[in-house]
Design a protein around this ligand. Sequence first.
Ligand code: FMN
Length: 353
Amino acid sequence: MVQPKSAFWQNVVDAAQQHPQVDGLEKLPFFTLAPMEAVTDTVFRRVVAKAAAPDAFYTEFTNARSISHPKAKFTVQGRLSFDPSEQIPVAQLWGDRPIDFELGVADVKNRGFEAVDINMGCPDSTVIKNGAGSGLIKEPDKAAELIAAAKTGGLPISVKTRLGFNKLDTFREWIPFLLRQDIQVLTIHLRTRKEMSKVPAHFELIDEILQMRDEIAPDTLIQINGDIKDRAQGLAIAKEHPGLDGIMIGRGIFESPFAFEDTATEHTLDDSLDLLRYQLDLHDEFEAEFGPTNFQKLKRFFKIYVRGFSYASDLRVALMETKTTDEVRNILDEFDQQWAAKQAELAEQHQND
Ligand SMILES: Cc1cc2nc3c(=O)[nH]c(=O)nc-3n(C[C@H](O)[C@H](O)[C@H](O)COP(=O)(O)O)c2cc1C
């Protein structure tokens, strides 16, 4: 059994064992919410924590250079803020200069973070042009330097990457290379950069990857990512691939904010709209502390909560017209009243049937 190299990751592994036991699994994998730019900020992470918390969260990626840059410091403050209910997320950083990782890790440590993840998978062309993200797959020596520099900051370092840049076969060199860098966790989005998210994740390669880990770095935790919607699906995959340590879920959270719950249950419309209201309150709190944010960003969340019931699309359309959180609240209140009246009308009709 893999022995995590740090107290932080040991805690995550231990937290995973607190969930109900599952037949056929000697050790439960840990579940994490994927880092997602403009999505998994402290506000949304707290909403997910309230709905059904994963065993660990990640921040959205932060440019390692911006952390100590005088002009960017303020925006970074909001990006790197977190609340105790998130059990201290892993801070994900991206960049291409060792010095930025050296200083960046030391800085996030001062902010209270206990683990750092390096982004080596982002397919975005601007990030790649900067010599970072998935571009590092083509520059393994630089990747190794960045990891070494990050380690000097005094926190456990992990890496999140893809299988290759253009060719799938690259994983046979790239993954062993990363495993030789003595990292705590290796998270693999099971696609190449070229494949973006257009083809199904390569679950067929999991066992080969686990074998590489067992041979090269038996104490590095392996977490897989890509197309896993919820805990039930993650557990089914873990059963098929003994030795898998972690499961990371990204877009599954858009299909259900309850993706991490132990037993999938039917949630009422009220449950969903309560989460939306909670997000609005946290959003206002965040703005009070860190200044205005782009309201458009909030709109992408509406469809997470408003789906799967009659009138959902009407409500969504109305919400998309809003410009403030109070306008959203007013529409939700009006909707509640209309919904209650409709239910009463239906109940009456039913009695008269
Ligand atoms: C909107 C969005 C933003 C993302 N931002 C990041 C990021 O900041 N860092 C990162 O490592 N991956 C990022 N990703 C990739 C996800 O973490 C994950 O690897 C990918 O969505 C595949 O997993 P999934 O199928 O569970 O969504 C992002 C994905 C999406 C959809």
